[in-house]
Design a protein around this ligand. Structure first.
Ligand code: UDP
Ligand code: MG
Length: 170
């Protein structure tokens, strides 16, 4: 057990709309990794732009932000399911199961090859996001999850007194 990694997986809004959540999680479970965080997220414009900030100069950036927010699907599909997985060589193993970025080039039995499509606007609707390397994975996990939302302490934390108002159960 030499190379324990963590990564962010998102079931994108097309996966939610196509009712593929169960199929995708079953496929991903072949890697025998541990889920250390999971939640449903309505993606804000800010979160979407920060998540894909490396792609901000691409011609498809605007479409990509709409896509990850599920704009074209509307309620109740305008959301993603976010997961943090942990385990040996987790990133390469999950990217293999996810398949290539372009669903037409992805292995037919990968998640993207089986379920992805290219829209008429040219966006790769490829059903899942999968972190690409350890540095990106850490950045993405810290962007999408707070420390207390993960079952393990995977990165250093500090404590702060927060005085903001916060919603609690009524
Ligand atoms: N994407 C696209 N067209 C492209 C490249 C990327 O629509 O030519 C979308 C696609 O949904 C992809 C996302 O942008 O998953 C992020 O691109 P990246 O190159 O990071 O691919 P990934 O890491 O998701 O395989
Ligand atoms: Mg990427």
């Amino acid at each position: 057990m030499g190379n324990i990694q963590r990564l962010l997986i998102l079931i994108k809004p097309d996966g939610v709309k196509k009712s593929l959540t169960g199929n995708i999680l079953t496929k991903l479970s072949e890697a025998k990794l541990t889920i250390i965080g999971a939640k449903a997220v309505k993606v804000s414009r800010e979160l979407a732009s920060e998540h894909y900030k490396q792609l901000q100069d691409k011609p498809f950036f605007g479409e990509l932000i709409d896509y990850i927010q599920g704009k074209m699907y509307g309620a109740p599909y305008d959301r993603v399911f976010a997961f943090v997985y942990q385990g040996e060589d987790a990133i390469a193993r999950m990217r293999k199961i996810a398949g290539a970025t372009n669903p037409e080039e992805a292995d037919a039995v990968s998640i993207r090859g089986a379920y992805g499509r290219i829209t008429t606007k040219g966006v790769y609707e490829n059903v899942v996001h999968c972190s690409s390397d350890p540095i990106e994975a850490e950045r993405e996990i810290k962007l999408w999850f707070n420390p207390e939302e993960l079952t393990e302490n995977v990165y250093p934390v500090k404590t702060e007194k927060i005085t903001e108002e916060k919603k609690v159960w009524a």
